[in-house]
Design a protein around this ligand. Structure first.
Ligand code: HEC
Ligand code: HEC
Ligand code: HEC
Ligand code: HEC
Ligand code: HEC
Ligand code: HEC
Ligand code: HEC
Length: 396
């Protein structure tokens, strides 16, 4: 199908190169501005009143979606024995080292037994908590780039950063605003550059206000009168009170693929219609959608979603807590279904009760997200969010 290629292209996100920061189309819509940084108070302030949610939130992948390098956040080996990535080019290796000035990646080219050249850059920002992998960013002046080596969790090893070619020393992949919009909370983008930011403006990780909107007014209100009953606050967004479409749009800002920005990064706020900010290409059910990063499109294709008006991401996920154990999700299915409804119940009985996910939301290989390393194509396994009966189910 000739049309599916560009669509598949449009959903290449994350590790994959985001080469062009398309400038917002200014002709049709008026260009919006992000709220000033002063409207955001930051997580430590929310924590002072919402302690329970904040405590568990600190362990989530959202909170750690980007971070400053530290022994706690950074993965992979920096000691001799585990700190070298060999490439398909016998004269090129990458070395990861750490000293009191920080963590570094070097490309070492052995031109002759005595002559080496090396380029070294410091890891300035860590991207990803490493559920599947972790990439690293560095500054050149006020320009932000991706480093050539990525940590791959499944093999606990270093690999070529996805979309960097195997065997040549590149340090030139731009970190565009859309990348930071999904992985960080705030930054001043020096428009109209592709990758320049005011360095001291970055707030890393995804903070509470990304999903609840700027909190300055809410905090001011509650500091002045502390005993308002729950639900009376119109100064902060509770996503629960949004329509289903707007709830999905909030998650969809980062979980429906790259898309093409219509408005500058950080202008979308919780409660807004995503369509006005990012052009997410329409996909028909026949189009292939990769399992990686397209949870919204896939969930929308499920009968469970189409036959109900209430199913949202929050039916299954509490984003204030780490979401780790697939078996723990079966009760969510059973809030609408009964195990006896399942065609396999007659055969397998109660053992299916804790296992709805394995068969109906299987782990599948991503085709768009991969690293070329050691002559192999490494792909991570991702949970398919189209809840359905899969052919392989019956092969059990
Ligand atoms: C449209 C939003 C979006 C953009 C743009 C995006 N990411 Fe991601 N990224 C995600 C989401 C969502 C996940 C988790 C997705 C999943 O597991 O399916 C993720 C996962 C990752 C991971 C793996 C994290 C882990 O814990 O395993 C890394 C590393 C990463 N992204 C780096 C980047 C970098 C670097 C860029 C920019 C060059 C980028 N991403 C652009 C949304 C985005
Ligand atoms: C000074 C204490 C205080 C601080 C600081 C504070 N809140 Fe609240 N918040 C409250 C109280 C009290 C309520 C319950 C009353 C209400 O619903 O307004 C509440 C309610 C909420 C609600 C539910 C609103 C609704 O309509 O259901 C959300 C969401 C929320 N806060 C998020 C945040 C976030 C995010 C931050 C940080 C930006 C924050 N709060 C900081 C005291 C605080
Ligand atoms: C600002 C962008 C952004 C928004 C908004 C966002 N996410 Fe995410 N989400 C991410 C990124 C990036 C990751 C991957 C982080 C990583 O692994 O390093 C992620 C990971 C996840 C994960 C897997 C990690 C985990 O916690 O187990 C779940 C589940 C998830 N998001 C659900 C949601 C839901 C539900 C919403 C809407 C309420 C939402 N997200 C809104 C960016 C976002
Ligand atoms: C990835 C998006 C996301 C992030 C980040 C996030 N929340 Fe929420 N929050 C939600 C959603 C979605 C709901 C509504 C859940 C529901 O439908 O039950 C919610 C509900 C709430 C409520 C309302 C209480 C209730 O039970 O209805 C409070 C208070 C709250 N969040 C505080 C916080 C605080 C504090 C942080 C940061 C430590 C935070 N949230 C981070 C998405 C988020
Ligand atoms: C909010 C309620 C709700 C939740 C939660 C829910 N479903 Fe459904 N599901 C439905 C409805 C309604 C249908 C359509 C039934 C019909 O058409 O007869 C459906 C259909 C299905 C189907 C048939 C799909 C098809 O393509 O024929 C399967 C399988 C299924 N659900 C499994 C699950 C599993 C597994 C979970 C948990 C991961 C789950 N559902 C969560 C409401 C829900
Ligand atoms: C071992 C794999 C497996 C497990 C575990 C499993 N299912 Fe199924 N399920 C299937 C298969 C295969 C079918 C299709 C059966 C058929 O067509 O006869 C099915 C069918 C269904 C249907 C559609 C029934 C219909 O005809 O519309 C629902 C709903 C469903 N399962 C829900 C669940 C729920 C809820 C759980 C967890 C309690 C679960 N399943 C666990 C494999 C599984
Ligand atoms: C019917 C239940 C259900 C719904 C609804 C649901 N999820 Fe999930 N989600 C899961 C399960 C189960 C997992 C796997 C958890 C695990 O393996 O530990 C998961 C995992 C994820 C992951 C991590 C993907 C991976 O493979 O690492 C992301 C990201 C995510 N969900 C986002 C979303 C978003 C965004 C929505 C709404 C569009 C959503 N989910 C709706 C059940 C659900």
């Amino acid at each position: 199908m000739s049309r599916s290629y560009p669509r598949t292209r449009a959903i290449l996100i994350c590790f994959v190169a985001l080469f062009s920061a398309l400038p917002p189309a200014s002709s049709s819509a008026e260009e919006k501005k992000p709220p000033p940084r002063a409207d955001y108070v930051g997580d430590s302030v929310c924590r002072s009143c919402h302690q329970e949610k904040s405590k568990t939130y600190l362990q989530t992948a959202h909170h750690l979606a980007s971070s400053w390098p530290s022994p706690r956040t950074i993965k992979g080996g920096f000691a001799p024995g585990s700190n070298v990535l060999k490439t398909s080019n016998p004269y090129l290796t990458f070395e990861m080292t750490a000293d009191e000035h920080g963590y570094f990646q070097s490309a070492v080219e052995q031109l002759s037994p005595t002559k080496k050249i090396a380029r070294t850059e410091r890891i300035d920002i860590v991207a990803g908590v490493a559920r599947k992998g972790q990439s690293y960013l560095f500054w050149k002046g006020d320009q932000l780039f991706q480093l050539p080596v990525t940590y791959w969790t499944a093999t606990d090893s270093w690999v070529n950063s996805p979309s960097y070619p195997d065997g040549s020393p590149h340090f030139d992949k731009d970190i565009i605003p859309r990348c930071l919009e999904c992985h960080a909370s705030y930054f001043d983008w020096l428009q109209p550059s592709i990758n320049r930011y005011r360095k001291d403006s970055l707030i890393l990780g995804i903070f509470c206000e990304k999903c609840h909107g700027p909190g300055r007014q809410h905090v001011a209100l509650h500091r002045s009168k502390s005993s308002l009953p729950l639900g009376t606050s119109e100064t902060i967004v509770n996503p629960k009170s949004l329509t289903r479409d707007r709830q999905i749009d909030l998650c969809g800002l980062c979980h429906s693929g790259n898309g093409t920005p219509i408005q500058p990064a950080l202008t979308f706020l919780p409660g807004d219609a995503l369509d006005d900010y990012i052009d997410i290409p329409y996909t028909s059910p026949e189009d292939a959608v990769d399992v990686h990063g397209n949870q919204v499109q896939l969930l929308r294709r499920s009968k469970c979603f189409q036959s109900t008006t209430t199913l949202t991401c929050s039916t299954c996920h509490d984003v204030h807590k780490p979401q780790l154990d697939a078996a723990a999700f079966s009760p969510r299915c059973l809030s609408c279904h009964q195990a006896t409804q399942c065609g396999e119940y007659a055969k397998l009985g109660d053992q299916i009760v804790r296992n709805c996910i394995d068969c109906h939301m299987p782990l599948q290989d991503s085709r768009v997200l991969f690293s070329n390393t050691g002559g192999k194509k490494l792909t991570p396994k991702v949970r398919n969010h189209r809840i359905a009966v899969y052919a392989s189910d019956s092969v059990h």
